[in-house]
Design a protein around this ligand. Structure first.
Ligand code: GMT
Length: 402
C-alpha cells in the first residue's frame, strides 16, 4: 500500500536566518512531494511561496497592558492547537527549540489523544547561546526530551547539546545536515558572454565612485553573508579584508544586515576602504549575487553548521572559515576551502592570499565544493531523510504527554 501523504505543521522564525530558510525550503519541498504543509509563525516566512498544499497561519499576540512582554509562546501553542484540530496534523516540526518545541509540547498537552507527534530540529544558538542560559536551560532540555525525535545539522551540535543541556542518553539526536537547492544555487556560468555580464554586474555595484570603480574593476571579490550579530565577528571580516587589501587590489561585498553593521561601515571608512567595500543589505535570495564572488569569509565565533558556506560551495566558491563548531563538517580544510583559528586575522588573510594568488587552486577548490554539496548536502537527500524520520516516528507506538 502506498504511504499516505502527511499533514505537517512547521513552526519556525520567519526571518532570513538559517533556521527560517531551512524550515521554509524543507516545507516547500515536502509539499512538492504531496504532503500538506502548514507554516505557523508571527509573520510569513521570507522565502514562503503560497501554493497547492502550502499554507500559512499567523500567530497573533494581542496587546494587553498588564503583559509587559507579550507571551508569544502561549499564542503559538494555541495556534498550533487550532491548526492541528482543523487539519488533522500528523506531526509538528519545530525549528529552533525556543520557543517552538515548548509551544508544541503545550499544544500536545492540550490535544491529548489526538495530539500530533513533535519533531524538534535544533539550529545552534537555541542551545549554544540562549537555550543554555539559566532562564531557559531546564525548559529547553525538557522540551527536547518530550519531542518524539530531535535532529541537529551537525555532529558537533548534537554533542554540544548533550553536554550543554545535560540531555538524557534516552533522547537520541539524529544528525540531518542542512542542505541547499543545487539547481537554484549554481556556479558562475562558463559561457564568456554570461561571464562578462556577471563581471559587469559586480562592477556596477561599485560604479558610484568613478575613479575607484575604474581602479578596482575586474579585481577579485570577497563576500560575507550574515545577520551581523556579534557571533559572526563581522569586524574580523573588515580587518581580514584590510590586511589583504594592503597587499593587493581586491573588493568586498557584505550581504545581510543586523546589529554590528554600522560599526563595520564606520570601520571600513576609518580604514579608507569605502571605495572597495559595498554593503548590499538583506537579500531574500542570494542566487544572483553569490556566484559573482570569488571567495566567502566566515570568521564566526561559532556556527552549528554555517549555511552560507554551503550556499557558497553550491556556487563553487571556496570558503575561508573559522575552525569552530560544525564548520569543519561543511568546509573541508585544504579541499573545499580553508579553516583558521577564531580571531586570527593574519591566518585568515594568509589563506585568502593563497586563494587569490592561485586562480587554479580557487577553481579546483570551487569544483570540489560544488561536488561535495551535490553529493552530500543536496535538497532531495535531506528531504528523504526527514521523510524517513517522520515515518519512523509515526510508526512507533505513540508517546503520551506526562
Ligand atoms: O547564525 C545565526 O545567527 C542564525 C541562526 C538561525 O537561527 O537562523 O543560524 C543557526 O542556524 C543555521 C541553520 O541551521 C546554521 O547554519 C547556523 O550555523 C546557526 N548559527 C549558529 O550556530 C551561530
Amino acid at each position: 500500500m502506498p504511504e499516505r501523504p502527511l499533514h505537517i505543521g512547521i513552526s519556525c522564525f520567519p526571518t532570513i536566518g538559517g533556521s527560517g530558510i531551512i524550515a521554509t525550503e524543507l516545507g516547500l519541498a515536502l509539499a512538492e512531494r504531496g504532503h500538506s504543509v502548514y507554516f505557523v509563525s508571527y509573520d510569513t516566512p521570507r522565502r514562503f511561496v503560497p501554493g497547492e498544499r502550502v499554507h500559512f497561519y499567523n500567530v497573533v499576540v494581542p496587546d494587553y497592558p498588564v503583559f509587559q512582554r507579550a507571551p508569544y509562546a502561549l499564542a503559538l501553542a494555541s495556534k498550533l492547537v487550532q491548526v492541528a484540530t482543523w487539519h488533522g496534523l500528523d506531526l509538528i516540526h519545530a525549528h529552533y527549540a525556543l520557543p517552538h518545541a515548548t509551544s508544541a509540547f503545550l499544544a500536545r498537552a492540550v490535544l491529548g489523544d489526538a495530539a500530533p507527534q513533535v519533531i524538534t530540529t535544533l539550529h545552534g544558538t537555541d542551545v549554544t547561546l540562549i537555550g543554555r542560559e539559566d532562564s531557559y536551560r531546564a525548559i529547553t532540555r525538557f522540551s527536547l526530551e518530550q519531542s518524539a525525535a530531535v535532529t541537529a545539522p551537525s555532529a558537533w551540535l548534537a554533542g554540544a547539546t548533550r553536554k550543554e543541556l545535560g540531555l538524557a542518553e534516552s533522547t537520541p539526536i539524529d544528525v540531518i545536515a542542512n542542505f541547499v537547492d543545487t539547481e537554484r544555487l549554481q556556479p558562475r556560468p562558463t559561457d564568456p558572454v554570461q561571464q562578462a555580464a556577471h563581471a559587469a554586474h559586480v562592477d556596477g555595484l561599485f560604479a558610484d565612485d568613478r575613479c575607484a570603480a575604474e581602479r578596482f574593476a575586474g579585481t577579485p571579490v570577497l563576500t560575507h553573508i550574515s545577520n551581523f550579530r556579534p557571533v559572526k565577528r563581522t569586524l574580523d571580516v573588515v580587518h581580514i579584508f584590510a590586511s589583504v587589501a594592503a597587499r593587493r587590489p581586491v573588493r568586498l561585498l557584505f550581504i545581510g544586515d543586523g546589529p554590528d553593521r554600522s560599526r563595520c561601515e564606520a570601520r571600513v571608512r576609518e580604514l579608507g576602504l569605502a571605495a572597495q567595500v559595498r554593503f548590499i543589505g538583506l537579500l531574500d535570495h542570494v542566487a544572483e549575487l553569490l556566484p559573482c564572488a570569488d571567495l566567502l569569509l566566515m570568521p564566526s565565533e561559532t556556527e552549528s553548521f554555517g549555511l552560507a558556506a554551503l550556499e557558497a560551495a553550491s556556487c563553487a566558491i571556496p570558503a575561508v572559515a573559522s575552525d569552530a563548531g560544525g564548520l569543519p563538517e561543511v568546509v573541508e580544510h585544504g579541499v573545499t576551502g580553508f579553516l583558521a583559528p577564531v580571531g586570527d586575522i593574519e591566518a585568515f588573510a594568509s589563506h585568502v592570499m593563497t586563494l587569490l594568488n592561485d586562480p587554479d587552486l580557487r577553481r579546483t577548490m570551487g569544483r570540489a565544493a560544488r561536488k561535495m554539496v551535490c553529493e552530500r548536502f543536496n535538497l532531495d537527500r535531506a528531504v528523504d531523510r526527514y521523510e524517513a524520520l517522520y515515518r519512523r516516528v509515526l510508526a512507533a507506538p505513540p508517546t503520551t504527554c506526562p
